[in-house]
Ligand binder design. Sequence first.
Ligand code: NDP
Length: 306
Amino acid sequence: MYDVLILGAGPAGLGAAIYGIRAGFKLAVIDQSPVSGGQVLNTYEVDNYLGLPMISGGDISDKFREHADKLGVEFITAQVTGIETGKEPENIKTVKTDNGDYEAKALILATGAEHMHLGVKGENELSGMGVSYCATCDGAFFRKRTVAVVGGGDVAVEDAIFLAGICRRVYLIHRRDKLRAADILQKKLMSLENVEIIWDSEVKEIKGSDVVEGVELFNKKSNECSSLEVNGVFIAVGVKPVTEMFKGLVEMNEGGYIIAGEDCCTSAEGIYVAGDIRKKPMRQIITAVADGANAINSLQNALMRG
Ligand code: NDP
């Protein structure tokens, strides 16, 4: 029996673990992957986490995990399949996994988000054959070749910058005439000679018989279609929360984000939420870590109130 089980080993889960263990809770972190970090692992470079400028996603994840290990946090590698609550006498929560059941008095949900799909012809068919959702994982396969990145947020621009260092040419395809990414990233992108931004354009199809050979584009302003020859397509069109298994357990909005304020208290007693799955205006590593700390603080306050 644990005091608290933390579901997810990204920055939110690890932030909660560090604050939780220092508060004296018997806790464990459950994640489907033995490698901690979540989405950050797919990030080429992080330059907005206080005190760790220009650090790679892999290195910052390692540092978070080393910190947790040093404090003696227990990690369980398992896929969560469901949650049951209400076991008396203390409303014990049972976390069901493919590796057995685990019980706790409280839960912190920190399962993060996963990438969205474009939903166009060729995307699924050529996935792994030139279509990728992770530039840092697959970029090296496209050395000195030509690739397209789709999207206009932080991830798309970071991916394009990363790929520009490997590939001969990088096209950034964005559906509007303005990027959503942070200004500093935009400036860096614009300074790169082998990057071209294709504005106001949607990918209508990814083409190729066995591997990606090109994309079909539609320009929303000129209403014109065009073809672009590329060897790879990196899709970075946002993320969606991994909360399917929490439906009916806690209150969520239409997008599947769990509703909770800065105190990270959900609609269910003894269940807290932290990180990208919480409904909030800013999803960053630093705000995810802060959520982890706030969730533990709320748990402590609830215990003090009895
Ligand atoms: P975002 O939601 O920020 O951006 C998604 C982009 O994809 C937008 O430009 C959007 O266009 C575009 N898009 C969405 N759907 C489609 C579609 N069907 N076809 C074409 N384009 C589409 O997602 P990101 O993955 O970039 O970032 C997710 C979150 O993670 C953000 O909050 C970001 O700030 C954060 N992040 C934090 C980092 C850090 O802390 N260091 C690093 C990287 C990301 P439009 O602009 O028109 O809506």
